[in-house]
Design a binder for this molecule. Sequence first.
Ligand code: IPM
Ligand code: MG
Length: 372
Amino acid sequence: MRYLIATIPGDGIGPDVTREAVTCLEAVAKVFELDFEFEECLMGGAAIDACGEPLPAATIRAACASHAVLLGAVGGSKWDGLPGPKRPEAGLLGIRSALGVYANLRPALMFPQLAGACPLRPELVEGGFDILIVRELTGGIYFGDRGRSPDGRYAWDTERYSRHEIERLLEVGFDAARRRKGRLCMVDKANVLESSRLWREVATQMGRERSDVELSFMYVDNCAMQLVRDPRQFDVIATSNMFGDILSDEASMITGSIGMLASASLGDDGPGLYEPIHGSAPDIAGMDRANPLAAILSAALLLRHSLGLEDGALAIEGAVALVLERGYRCADIATRSAPGPGAPVEGRARELLLGTRAMGAMVAETILGGSS
Ligand code: IPM
Ligand code: MG
């Protein structure tokens, strides 16, 4: 079977990390004798520079015709002055919407090997934690009515959700909880927002017929606090687009680094979209300093969710764990700053610092080695 994978490297470190994810997918193809065809597409600032718009029609066509889409990151200060619909980020929202990928799964899993990079006190994360954030991705304030008054003195953005949008997202949350520890925490701001009260109403109704899952509710401000107070209390968190965006950055940091967090965005059918949750970090673009592991782990999610290749997904995840176990680190997950590439990290003889390419190559080699 030939699998068509559309790649959208995007801007900043997007191309750096996407290249390494592709290298790892090629290693998986070799080991499991699969046929992957990659088609590179333009989006974000790169597309603005090349053809004047953040999401060319050709990219939408290629993405829709693929089995899955692997995305890097978009944006950068170069395009910050552009009006909203012309910004690189509009390309990202546009492709999510075009693919109908309303459920964004963001696993915040702490690799035990990275416990030293976690900013929380060791006793709070002993034994690790494993949280899945299920973020609504194609609705809410990201897509609601927005504008400015003619005199420029007012601006507004609207949070708007339909029952249908809430139901389908929560269904993904309930399903995920059932396959995990059976606990679903819905996060909202129901003490203030009417849209949140609708979320609670829908969740309560759904929960009555899904009593195998333990449903709870939490206000988003409390959740932000609880994540750093006691992250092990959470199993699955389901929430709106905006709250999920914010909470997943927070959850990522307590796993060690935002450079570790992968994501899968899924709809009812059609290709899924896979991207690291980090941004384009233009300040380190092209410098061989970005951590490619979030992109590589996103490629594992792609194999699992869109191609049904669980063995391939496990091969990537196992290789990442092994590479970390052997002490290899990118700068963001090193316990202390290190003097240079390949050199032992100061004070931690067993940590070795790698650049983007070397880390990608190390994971790919480990995948290949694991087969012999
Ligand atoms: C993310 C990012 C995007 C978002 C930005 C770049 C539009 O922060 O994927 O988390 O807010 O969804
Ligand atoms: Mg974000």
